[in-house]
Design a binder for this molecule. Structure first.
Ligand code: AMP
Length: 512
């Protein structure tokens, strides 16, 4: 393991860069740019405003923002005052945002004028960061670092992810965990001032945390993609060329789409591509190396353990036809165990338990779930040491690397989005007339993975109305969690133990 300095928090590394290189470019976005000095001054003014508004160390600050300079300014300002930022993705429906607001109970929410047409966020201190009146007001606040003495154990961010009970759950991550993760990344990949990192991951996904903070901690440049731009491979290619992006992330399914377009290989500025979030198929790795001469890395980790916990550098000349997730990063331990938490030898598949400095504090307001998933470390005499049960099925290879094999439950990844099928099922089953609901991911006629729902209806209801069901859940769930199809069944197929036999579900009626 490595000992990284523990004397500075992530935003203090940034403040140091701003002091030493105030005129160096920190950000670019939509044809505009901002230097380190400007960014720090703006973040300081907002930080002073936050303190003035009663935000205290350990509070949450909700960010309801589109990708923009304001998003970065708000993240840094929040960290400067010792608060944790909570992404409120503006594309989420009102019901979900309301639930998250109630659950996280932020001291304040920062938003932008054009995002507030719906009646979200009543009864809360709302700061409209791009309004004229706010711009004027903020001018009066000091541009100096607030310089609070902050604790490494304080919370840095809380990210909501899908939950099995029908509501999302907030995962709270602390400064020491994110600091370790980024200092490891710098140690491993050595970003320099000339480098440029692309910020394109939606901020409600933890990969965005390194995209934001890594370059700003080491004095490199962050190129921010326009809102929605991350879905458009042609836009991304042009932006990479224009901004001379050297480091960027793709979830594998998006890398696939990116590689399919013509001239993807013309992005000559790229030196490192990082994949994470879902399995990286061997065939995709090979396709990547046929078009790119740069490095490809496969990182693995859940939101519950500060972004990533294992890493693997892909090799074009590898003899194995799999892409491992590699070995634990600094100050992280990985154990592969059977259902009784006994360690398993190399080659034998079991659940991955993660231990070490990267573990999240736990789930917000969910002590029981936290106790169930973050358990006492069976491999450590220290009683306070914990491990996180990932629910991922893996095995150790004989060379000490780990191979990812799949999930042990009904959590899936669809185009990089983490989805608990149980959350969608709970929402559908709660609708009037619906008795039971099952949701699975299937390939549609064009070969795309989509979500399909199966329902049985209450007695006396003749026919379900699939359109109504989809509309109703569309008001509650983000678009990526709304099934594309609902099939009504007389009864759900059961396996001998009485559980729903998902494999025996019929092919959906794609014509609906
Ligand atoms: P998230 O919390 O959204 O980061 O999702 C975490 C889950 O995504 C993990 O528990 C895995 O199931 C999956 N995952 C993340 N990275 C990888 C990877 N490199 N290979 C395979 N699965 C991954």
């Amino acid at each position: 393991d490595k000992e990284y300095p523990q004397n500075k928090l992530v935003h203090q590394y940034f403040e140091e860069q701003a002091r030493t290189y105030p005129d160096t470019l920190a950000l670019t976005f939509a044809g505009q740019s901002m230097t380190y000095g400007e960014l720090n001054a703006k973040a300081n003014q907002l930080a002073h405003y936050l303190m003035d508004s009663g935000v205290e160390v350990g509070n949450f600050v909700g960010l309801h923002l589109e990708r923009s300079f304001d998003m970065v300014v708000s993240i840094i300002a929040t960290l400067k005052v010792g608060a944790a930022y909570v992404p409120f993705d503006p594309s989420y429906p009102k019901e979900r945002l309301d639930y998250m607001k109630q659950d996280a109970n932020p001291a304040l929410i920062i938003s932008q004028q054009h995002l507030l047409s719906a009646d979200v966020f009543t009864d809360i201190h709302l700061c409209l960061i791009d309004s004229d009146s706010f711009s004027q007001r903020i001018e009066d606040y000091p541009e100096q670092n607030p310089g609070l003495a902050l604790d490494l154990d304080g919370p840095a961010y809380a990210i909501y992810t899908s939950g099995t009970t029908g509501q999302p759950k907030g995962v709270v991550n602390q400064h020491h965990a994110i600091l370790n993760r980024i200092l490891w990344m710098q140690d491993a990949y050595q970003l320099v001032a000339d480098d440029c990192v692309l910020q394109k991951t939606p901020f409600s996904f933890d990969v965005s945390v390194w995209e934001f903070l890594w370059p700003l901690m080491v004095g490199a440049r962050l190129a921010i993609a326009q809102p929605e731009g991350h879905k458009d491979p042609v836009y991304l290619r042009d932006l990479i060329i224009e901004q001379r992006v050297s480091h960027l992330h793709f979830v594998p399914s998006m890398l696939q789409v990116f590689l399919q377009q013509e001239a993807a290989g013309s992005c000559g500025s790229i030196s490192k591509v990082f994949c994470s979030g879902e399995a990286l198929p061997y065939s995709l790795q090979q396709e990547f190396f046929s078009k790119f001469k740069c490095e490809l890395h496969n990182l693995y980790g859940p939101t519950e353990a500060a972004i990533d916990v294992t890493s693997w550098q892909c090799s074009p000349s590898s003899e194995q036809t799999i892409v491992p997730i590699g070995k634990p990063i600094a100050n992280i331990q990985c154990y592969v165990v059977d259902p009784f938490n006994n360690p398993l030898p190399a080659g034998v598949a079991g659940e991955l338990l993660i231990g070490g400095i990267g573990l999240a504090q736990g789930y917000l307001n969910k002590p029981e779930l936290t106790a169930e998933k973050f358990i006492q470390n069976p491999f450590d005499n220290d009683k306070s040491s914990r491990v996180y049960r990932t629910g991922d099925l893996v095995r150790y290879l004989s060379d000490g690397n780990i191979e990812y094999l799949g999930r042990l439950d009904h959590q899936i990844k669809l185009r990089g989005f983490r989805i608990e099928l149980g959350e969608i099922e709970a929402k559908i089953a709660a609708l009037n007339n619906v008795k039971e609901a099952v949701v699975v991911a299937k390939e549609d006629k064009t070969g795309n993975q989509v979500l399909v729902a199966y329902v049985t209806c209450q007695e006396g209801v003749e026919k379900h109305d699939s359109q109504k069901i989809l509309e109703a859940v569309g008001k509650q769930l983000p678009a990526f969690m709304v099934p594309s199809n609902v099939t009504a069944l007389e009864r759900l197929p059961l396996s001998p133990n009485g559980k729903v036999n998902r494999k025996a579900l019929p092919e959906p009626d794609w014509s609906e």
